[in-house]
Design a protein around this ligand. Structure first.
Ligand SMILES: Nc1nc2c(c(=O)[nH]1)N[C@@H](CN(C=O)c1ccc(C(=O)N[C@@H](CCC(=O)O)C(=O)O)cc1)CN2
Length: 297
């Protein structure tokens, strides 16, 4: 059996289209564009690419993009002052500080400085708490994107066994909370999990978010399972001096066993920015006191 390929790139394009329609409706009602501010500190090459894409896609969706680029040696206090300025700017509905931050900065302190009503990354401890208890708030973009792909593929997830490999605050933990809220039986596996292959083999849904190239093997997968690969690992390519992207899942082998798999690139990655735009739009409606139907997007 060859698994179906879950086309995250196409799903993300469709989601961005819906955001665009609702952004136009927002502008007509509010008399201003929904606004997203993105802050980049330093020159990390991958972060520069992501931030550029975020700005471009924000504008393409009909929203206002406010980009702030600060040098790597910026003092933490200056970054906190910028966040505070964005917190009080009525044109800014969502604030995102691109991670990772330079080593001299305390990421948690910076995230905590963002007004939770503008926390479109969903990384603030208040957003995490709201997700944990099922209150409306912002959910981190990558796990929410994974959930959208899963629901599109499987419909109801109720009663399914889900294994999330990885326990980070930005993917593993929120992913587990989202799956629990869909009534899955959820296991969070990690580097200390005993007999990881046996744990993963029980799963109807596998979400791999460990950052280890091609760690999940074909014989770990229950036949027909749905496999979501969050990993984005750059490894040496066959051609001297070149690199290629691989996920946390051994794609070719897993394709022979699973029911459906997200590719890397073109799976979860594009969903991250599409969901960010979705969150920014939801923030705009909330901040303007405008109604947005729960199932609108
Ligand atoms: N503040 C945040 N920082 C970071 C986040 C985040 O959600 N918020 N996530 C990642 C990086 N990221 C967005 O910021 C991101 C990662 C990957 C992609 C993507 O589209 N990937 C492509 C491949 C791109 C490539 O060729 O390198 C894919 O998988 O198809 C988009 C956004 C860390 N920081």
């Amino acid at each position: 059996m060859t698994a179906a390929i879950i086309d995250g790139k196409a799903f993300a394009a469709n989601l961005r289209g819906k955001v665009g329609e609702l952004a136009a409706a927002f502008e007509a009602k509010a008399g201003r564009k929904a606004g997203l501010a993105v802050v980049l500190v330093g020159e990390d090459p991958a972060s520069q690419v992501y931030v550029r894409s975020k700005g471009k896609q924000t504008v393409e969706a009909g929203m206002a993009s406010f980009e702030h680029r600060l040098p790597a040696e910026t003092a933490e206090a200056d970054l906190l002052a910028l966040v505070e300025q964005l917190n009080t700017d009525p044109a800014v509905d969502g604030i995102l500080v691109q991670l990772p931050l330079p080593g001299h900065m305390d990421e948690q302190k910076v995230i905590s400085a963002i007004n939770p009503d503008k926390d479109v990354d969903g990384f603030h401890v208040i957003s995490a708490g709201r997700l944990a208890v099922g209150q409306p708030g912002f959910v981190p973009c990558t796990p929410l994107g994974c959930l959208m792909l899963l629901k599109d593929r499987l419909g109801s997830l109720s009663g399914l066994d889900a294994v999330v490999i990885g326990r980070s605050n930005i993917v593993g933990k929120p992913m587990a909370q989202l799956l629990l809220a869909e009534s899955c039986t959820v296991t969070i596996a990690h580097s200390r999990t005993k007999d990881l292959p046996a744990v993963v083999r029980r799963a109807d849904i596998v979400v791999a978010a460990v950052g280890r190239p091609e760690m999940v093997k074909a014989d770990w997968i229950k036949p027909g399972a749905t496999v979501i690969d969050v990993g984005i690992n750059r490894v040496p390519a066959a051609e001297e001096g070149k690199t290629r992207l691989v996920g946390d899942v051994g794609y070719a082998g897993v394709m022979e066993v699973a029911g459906a798999v997200t590719p890397v690139p073109g799976g979860v990655g594009p969903m991250t920015i599409a969901v960010l735009l979705r969150n920014a739009l939801v923030a705009a409606y909330r901040n303007a006191g405008l109604e947005l139907a729960a199932d609108a997007i």
